[in-house]
Design a protein around this ligand. Structure first.
Ligand code: NAD
Length: 374
């Protein structure tokens, strides 16, 4: 088999779907040829020479896309789709929520596997790209906030007087939110956090943050809040209104607000209205991690820092790409583990286990058609 690793061409995308480490493992059996597009790893500080030393051949974009198995971070662009070979296996973040985009990938005749749809079962944890990348995003959100904030994060007692610790509020405590708490804690901030799912409270408290409780008015609200498959569901407007009021009050004393709330396949819930931004202190910083899904914060703008009444709203869309080397390293290992379902790295044997729960969940197109999902 030929395994191709094209260079990512989407604006701002610095990651690459394989690293010298994973290439070496894939090349180990001698049964497969690895073709890495020239410069594919440059923005992740992974030079062509390292890929070559790991056993890959450096080739053109055409050669990398014409492989039997193509490893990508993002879905190929319109100009790249014609380079794919009918019947090839395409693995990446194919954005299955974009119906038109998915249809155009399907039209190439590839078997497309969208890693967004990996089931949240323990066997798939080592392949879970959403978790590995959200972890990085949560870390980088805090670093960006600290960099944008014009005060210290920790409490300091100096000869010139005492500096107060920053008060950080984190809304949405999944993988990214938990890492944001851990990172802000290391920087010495005082942290509060909230989520719709009640199971998160213990995790928040074990990281040393205070849980902000938005009570449920009835059993129905509590049931919805538990979510499904580890993911949140949209909450009723009454709960959202109560959450909005409580957070509005909290925001009056918050220095840094980090929002990470997402609901798969839907626009991000709007948690912070313009009126809440208006009551925040001048110099406060908001980082909206959900900006690519429409944003949790009214007024956040993709890849911009917007200032409203002295409050800076950071809306960078692809935070993992700002930590390119580690983001690529973890992503590539996730992809390698996914590929291991079909490819035995030692013997080189290749057979896709069509009945495997993970394969079935992620297969989004095949034989020229989109695979319908229930
Ligand atoms: P996500 O990125 O889809 O959402 C981020 C957070 O936003 C979630 O915690 C969600 O509950 C929260 N949220 C949604 N709407 C909200 C609202 N209106 N107000 C406040 N918060 C809101 O989620 P994620 O980080 O990918 O993971 C969610 C959970 O799944 C985590 O608890 C994680 O530990 C778990 N998980 C399990 C596995 C596994 O078992 N294999 C793998 C990965 C993650």
């Amino acid at each position: 088999m030929i395994i191709g690793i094209p260079r990512e061409t989407r604006a701002g995308e610095t990651r690459v779907a394989a690293t010298p480490e994973t290439v070496k493992k894939l090349a180990a059996s001698g049964a497969h040829t690895l073709v890495v597009e020239a410069g594919a790893g440059t923005e992740s500080s992974l030079p062509d020479s390292d890929f070559q030393a790991a056993g890959a051949r450096i080739g053109s974009a055409e050669e990398a896309f014409a492989a039997d198995i193509v490893l990508k971070v993002r879905a190929p662009g319109a100009d790249e789709l014609p380079r794919l070979k009918r019947g090839a296996m395409l693995i990446g973040l194919l954005n299955p929520f974009d119906a038109a985009g998915l249809a155009s990938v399907a039209a190439t005749g590839v078997s497309g596997y969208a890693l967004e749809w990996l089931p949240r079962i323990s066997r798939a944890q080592s392949m879970d790209v959403l978790s590995s990348q959200a972890n990085i995003a949560g870390y980088k959100a805090v670093i960006l906030a600290a960099n944008t904030y014009s005060r210290f994060m920790p409490m300091l007692m100096t000869a010139a007087g005492t500096v107060k610790a920053a008060r950080v509020l984190i809304l949405g405590v999944g993988v990214a939110g938990l890492q944001a708490i851990a990172t802000a804690k290391r920087l010495g901030a005082v942290i509060e956090a909230s989520d719709v799912r009640p199971s998160v409270k213990d995790q928040v408290e074990s990281l040393g943050a205070k849980w902000v409780d938005v009570p449920y008015a009835n059993d129905e609200e509590r049931k919805i809040a538990e979510g499904v498959g580890g993911y949140a569901r949209p909450m009723p407007p009454e709960w959202m209104a109560r959450q909005g009021e409580l957070i509005h009050e909290r925001c009056k004393s918050v220095d840094i607000l980090i929002t990470t709330a997402l609901i798969p396949g839907r626009p991000a819930p709007k948690l912070i209205k313009a009126a809440t931004v208006a009551v925040m202190k001048p110099g406060a910083v908001i980082v909206d991690l959900a900006v690519e899904q429409g944003g949790n914060v009214e007024g956040s703008a993709l890849d911009q820092i917007v200032t409203k009444n002295g409050v800076k709203i950071v809306g960078f869309g692809n935070l993992p790409a700002l930590v390119a080397t580690d983001a690529s390293g973890l992503y590539a290992r996730n992809v390698l583990n996914f590929l291991a379902l079909s490819l035995n790295a030692k013997s080189g044997e290749f057979a896709v286990p069509k009945d495997d729960e993970i394969i079935k969940a992620t297969l989004v197109c095949e034989n020229g058609a989109v695979v319908p999902k229930s």
